[in-house]
Design a protein around this ligand. Structure first.
Ligand code: XIL
Length: 359
């Protein structure tokens, strides 16, 4: 009898505790077993407290969206400007967030006339890019965990190395570095970055692995070659600027192939477009929202399923709210590709990401 009373007492205590328990609010960062990142825009971080708060609450990794690119940091031959990048780095360190540097060399130049007009032989070109890489990497030494050393070096049409310009499209251009320094510029860039900060993890970052097996083959061949020559490389970024119609098997295949390298794998620039054909007007219907939810959930759970835990470097979305997305700002498309709406309210996609982390 006495035991029964004690048992009932304990049982009611437990129930009471359960009823009164305050459920911890769920955030991406508290649910994931690997870092969750966002690309961060300097102006928004500086001027919007809501943006800042969302970043603080939800993320554990930061990639500066543009602040570490050549056109921001090295605007003329003898001038480096670290204002924007330092601001993002100081903020991120104060939040104990990891910082992933993006990017030291990129074929896509926008308006950096001084680089396009630089005159020199291949040794002078090499010295110029070495100076760029080492000045930037040294400036952040000890603060930045990892770098996208080279971004988008392979072509869309046949996956070969970007060298000469072939098509008049910004996305299918050649690379001035390959032309001036030589085809081995990627390996040199990794070596120079490693010299400047031997503790930083060095990544090669690319898009389109989910639709171009040729690009994947080129990346795998590059990694094999680097390993053979002891060129330091520690990770691969798969950008995944994708859309609701993209083939899921293409995404799985890319993750599987990249994982075979044994390197860290970073989904580095995730966004899921709902209006890839740029329809106007465009209606963001419940049906489309459901497809987008499914795709976010699929990608996050595929990453967890396919990439071994010790290779999971994390998943980074390309900015925070829909209004911040480069798809609207840069590609000028009506779109809703991210996890938060224009007022930083969580969208259905947020739940998709979260469900992908759990299931
Ligand atoms: C984009 C930025 O989001 C834009 O703000 C900028 O004007 C152009 O670049 N792949 C990359 C990123 O590696 O650096 C690009 O970012 C998007 C595509």
């Amino acid at each position: 009898m006495r035991f029964r009373v004690i048992f009932i007492l304990l049982l009611s205590l437990a129930t009471c505790k359960k009823e009164n328990a305050v459920t911890e609010p769920e955030f991406l960062k508290s649910t994931a077993l690997f870092p969750i990142g966002a690309a961060i825009d300097y102006g928004r971080l500086k001027n919007s407290s809501l943006y800042k708060k969302t970043v603080t609450d939800e993320y554990t990794s930061i990639t500066p969206e543009n602040a570490m690119k050549w056109f921001t940091i090295h605007p003329s031959k003898d001038k480096f400007d670290f204002t924007e990048a330092d601001y993002i780095v100081d903020f991120s360190l104060s939040e104990h967030n990891r910082i992933h540097g993006h990017t030291l060399l990129w074929y896509f130049f926008q308006d950096i006339e001084w680089v396009k007009n630089f005159v020199g032989d291949s040794a002078q070109w090499e010295q110029m890019i070495k100076n760029h890489i080492q000045t930037e990497v040294s400036h952040f030494k000890g603060k930045i965990s990892s770098w996208d050393v080279v971004n988008e070096a392979f072509r869309d049409d046949d996956g070969s190395l970007r060298v000469e310009d072939r098509n008049p499209s910004i996305f299918d251009d050649g690379s001035i570095f390959a032309r001036k320094v030589g085809r081995d510029y990627i390996a040199r860039a990794f070596q120079y970055a490693h010299e400047a900060d031997p503790d930083a993890l060095l990544f090669y970052n690319e898009y389109g692995q989910e639709w171009s097996t040729e690009k994947i083959q080129s990346i795998l061949a590059m990694v094999t070659d680097f390993k053979k020559r002891s060129v330091p490389i520690h990770g691969l970024g798969i950008q995944l600027h994708t859309d609701i119609n993209a083939s899921t098997s293409g995404i799985e295949n890319a993750l599987r192939e990249l994982a075979t390298t044994g390197l860290k794998i970073h989904i580095s620039e995730l966004d899921i477009s709902v209006n890839p054909k740029s329809n106007s007007p465009f209606d963001y219907t419940d049906n489309i929202k459901q497809l987008q939810y499914n795709k976010y959930k699929f990608i996050v759970s595929a990453y967890r399923r396919i990439i071994p835990a010790d290779q999971q470097y994390g998943i980074t979305t390309w900015n925070v709210g829909d209004a911040d997305s480069w798809i609207r700002g840069y590609l000028k498309r009506t779109d809703y590709p991210l996890l938060f709406d224009d007022s930083y309210q969580r969208k259905k996609t947020y739940q998709g990401f979260l469900d992908g982390l759990k299931n």
